[in-house]
Design a protein around this ligand. Structure first.
Ligand code: NAD
Length: 250
């Protein structure tokens, strides 16, 4: 399937994990991709592994000038921008009110403000192409969750940014959607699992098995992102798509 043929995409946090899987699938489906990541070295390695259709740019999504710079680099090197995937995110596993203020601010700065900055700075280029935006939220944005309170709040914010942007940008022909995965097999979950096991004294694999059957894969999330980015989802905007093995269903 080449339903992203000719599309020019910017994927934040594209060096590894879900962002990398999205970039891989986009390239497979005919897109060219700019990987924007705070870890410039790993992003460059990922882009090199993906071949001529992928490039990389150093970008901390919490810094407006860097986000604007990543958009400008995409337009310059890829010839425009059709798809923005706001994927960069971090986790902090701690009881909500034990968190240090600087950690709460850091988490919301990456996960929430970073998404807003991406949409804000990409808007002129997306308006020109009548492009589309896919934001990485989480099932954590649909429920509260002990130890993940700040993360939940940031992802709930991403869902609401998505909805409002979808309505405000509808007349410009720009669709805006979010995806809400459950636990997915990436480095983020490896780190979270250690902290969750330490805090709860429970086995993380058993918790995952009971709640969602198994871990999701980054490739499964990428499939949904690619669908939402394509014209096949042409009437879908303001939605948040859940992929979680039933975690949020009960
Ligand atoms: P990951 O930790 O494996 O990769 C995150 C990537 O984002 C890394 O390449 C990292 O360098 C980059 N990044 C972090 N901070 C950044 C910043 N300030 N600026 C630019 N890049 C930055 O994470 P992942 O599991 O692939 O998660 C990707 C997204 O999916 C995140 O938004 C995450 O919250 C969301 N998500 C993940 C899961 C999961 O279970 N893994 C579930 C639901 C949602």
């Amino acid at each position: 399937m080449q339903d992203l043929a000719g599309r020019r995409a910017l994927v934040t946090g594209g060096a590894r994990g879900i962002g990398r899987a999205v970039a891989e699938l986009f390239v497979e489906r005919g897109a060219t991709v700019m990987l924007a990541d705070a870890d410039a070295e790993e992003a460059a390695g990922t882009a090199a592994a993906l071949g001529d259709a992928a490039r990389s740019v150093a970008c901390d999504v919490t810094v407006g000038e860097q986000v604007a710079g990543a958009v400008a680099t995409t337009v310059e090197e890829l010839g425009g921008l059709d798809v923005l995937v706001n994927n960069a995110g971090i986790e902090i596993v701690q009881p909500l009110l034990d968190m240090r203020e600087e950690d709460f601010r850091r988490l919301t700065s990456v996960n929430l403000t970073g998404v807003w900055l991406g949409m804000k700075h990409a808007l002129p280029a997306l308006a020109e192409s009548r492009g589309t935006i896919v934001n990485l939220a989480s099932v954590a944005g649909m429920n509260g969750c002990p130890l993940l309170g700040a993360y939940c709040a940031s992802k709930a914010g991403v869902i609401q940014l998505t909805r409002t942007a979808a309505v405000e940008l509808r007349d410009a022909g720009i669709r805006v959607n979010a995806v809400c995965p459950g636990f997915v097999d990436t480095a983020m979950v490896d780190r979270a699992a250690v902290a969750i096991e330490a805090a709860l004294g429970a086995s993380f694999p058993e918790l995952v098995a009971a709640k969602q059957g198994r871990l999701g894969t980054a490739a499964e999330v990428a499939e949904t992102v690619a669908y939402l980015a394509s014209d096949r989802a042409g009437w879908t905007t303001g939605a948040h798509y859940v992929l979680d093995g039933g975690l949020s269903a009960s």
